[in-house]
Ligand binder design. Structure first.
Ligand SMILES: Nc1ncnc2c1ncn2[C@@H]1O[C@H](COP(=O)(O)OP(=O)(O)O)[C@@H](O)[C@H]1O
Ligand SMILES: [Mg+2]
Length: 416
């Protein structure tokens, strides 16, 4: 995968602007969605502006693109949440199209775990989206407040998967599932929200095209991180739900790096650390279920959100789950694939090939030996590879220095 220079520049600029760079775990759990940034803000202010049928009560959240208020709808005397674009009257046609698309996607869906949309309207030249007010907190804030027990985490994600499957049946793929886009009401019931970058079947041209990277790096599947927008399907949402489950079990997303670009590179080329390694209390089955969602290849994930939901149900009912952990051969091959990339970057392809051969052999050997022994062998090989790569690098540096001193000896100066 080659990230285009314009994309690289955009990500670096956004990191410099603090828009996407995770500074600590708070920011990572609440990481913003990558979208074209807004320039000017013209939102109404609380208590000052008359906003049609609505009285703005409180600002709930402000992101890079939108703002959400708690408001009172005068005609029906009810509390609602109002979402609008930060750019307000100055919104570009692209922003307005995206906003309308969010409303269209969410309005199609009726499910007890999806925030219901009431209306889309315009007041004072500003478009708004009115929806049920969920009096609680986002799942991102909930994770930060206190860790969840694994059964609680599995139950929550099971409800989310049911809602997401309902969206899929209606032809809507969310594409930005993450803890900040799940709201919890006072009783802890989860509600999926923010269909801002959803893909709607039969809705004409997608507002994004191949090469665009949209979503939130820490929770986006590799095909989305790679800008292969046409490859994004229901299994991409399955990946993101696996990433949410991972964050609930471990307190951090599967991939997090100093910059969004580095996170994207990890999403594309690294295997996640199994949640059980970060939190030994995670059961083998829940570990297996989570890792199945996070497979790089969509074909190896659950093929629908419903299958994922049902396997979580089996886990919760203490029944045998359908997901199987990767075999050792599969793990070895996947490790080789990942390191093929690393090796081609570092130039130590020979060492890689030697190690790859050994790993594959170890994979076959698995049927006849103890798993633990094999893990030790793999661990040893990885260590050896690491050392060998260091040696290659040392040797390369040494050779460069020698050439440099020979040149100085010949010319008698440091000049080229
Ligand atoms: N219906 C709602 N009820 C209560 N709070 C909401 C509601 N919708 C959004 N919020 C708050 O606003 C935040 C941002 O909403 P979201 O739709 O995800 O906007 P953005 O597109 O800026 O990410 C949420 O994390 C939540 O805190
Ligand atoms: Mg959001």
């Amino acid at each position: 995968m080659v990230l285009g220079d314009p994309f690289r520049q955009m990500m670096m600029q956004r990191d410099e602007d603090g828009l996407t760079a995770p500074r600590d775990s708070d920011v990572v759990l609440d990481a913003p969605t990558i979208l074209p940034s807004s320039t000017s803000s013209t939102v109404p202010s609380i208590g000052c502006d008359d906003f049609g049928d609505y009285e703005l009560v409180e600002e709930l959240a402000r992101g890079g693109v939108g703002i959400v208020y708690k408001a009172r709808q005068r005609s029906l005397n009810r509390v609602v949440a109002l979402k609008m674009l930060l750019t307000g009257k100055h919104a570009s046609s692209g922003e307005l199209q995206r906003f309308q698309s969010e409303a269209n996607a969410a309005a199609k869906l009726t499910h007890p775990n999806i925030v219901p949309i009431f209306e889309v309207g315009e007041a004072n030249g500003q478009q708004y989206l009115s929806m049920a007010y969920i009096a609680g907190q986002s799942l991102a804030k909930r994770i930060l407040a206190a860790p969840l027990r694994q059964r609680e985490a599995a139950g929550l994600v099971q409800s989310i998967a049911g809602a997401v499957h309902c969206a899929h049946l209606q032809g809507v793929i969310h594409r930005d599932l993450k803890p900040a886009n799940i709201l919890l009401d006072a009783s802890g019931t989860p509600f999926v929200t923010d269909f801002g970058i959803a893909k709607i079947r039969g809705a004409g041209a997608d507002l994004t095209s191949d090469g665009d990277v949209i979503g939130t790096p820490n929770y986006m599947p590799p095909e989305q991180a790679d800008g292969q927008i046409t490859c994004v399907d229901v299994r991409s949402d399955v990946y993101s739900m696996g990433a949410i489950l991972y964050a609930l079990l471990t307190g951090r997303p599967p991939f997090q790096a100093a910059t969004s670009l580095d996170t994207i590179m990890q999403v594309i080329s690294n295997d996640p650390v199994p949640p059980r390694q970060l939190n030994p209390e995670v059961s083998r089955d829940l570990n297996t279920i989570t890792m199945k969602c996070l497979e790089k290849s969509p074909a190896r994930r659950y093929s629908t959100a419903e299958e994922f939901e049902q396997d979580l149900g089996r886990y919760l009912e203490n029944e045998p789950i359908l997901a199987r952990p990767r075999s050792f051969l599969e793990a070895g091959l996947s490790w080789c694939q990942t390191h093929l990339l690393a090796a081609s970057v570092s130039g130590s392809a020979v060492i890689f090939l030697l190690s790859a051969t050994s790993i594959i052999t170890v994979g076959y050997y698995r049927e006849a030996t103890q798993r633990r022994e094999l893990e030790e062998v793999i661990f040893g090989l990885k260590e050896q590879l690491g050392k060998a790569e260091q040696l290659v690098e040392f040797e390369r540096r040494h050779r460069r220095q020698r050439t440099e001193s020979e040149r100085i000896d010949e010319t008698g100066t440091g000049d080229p």
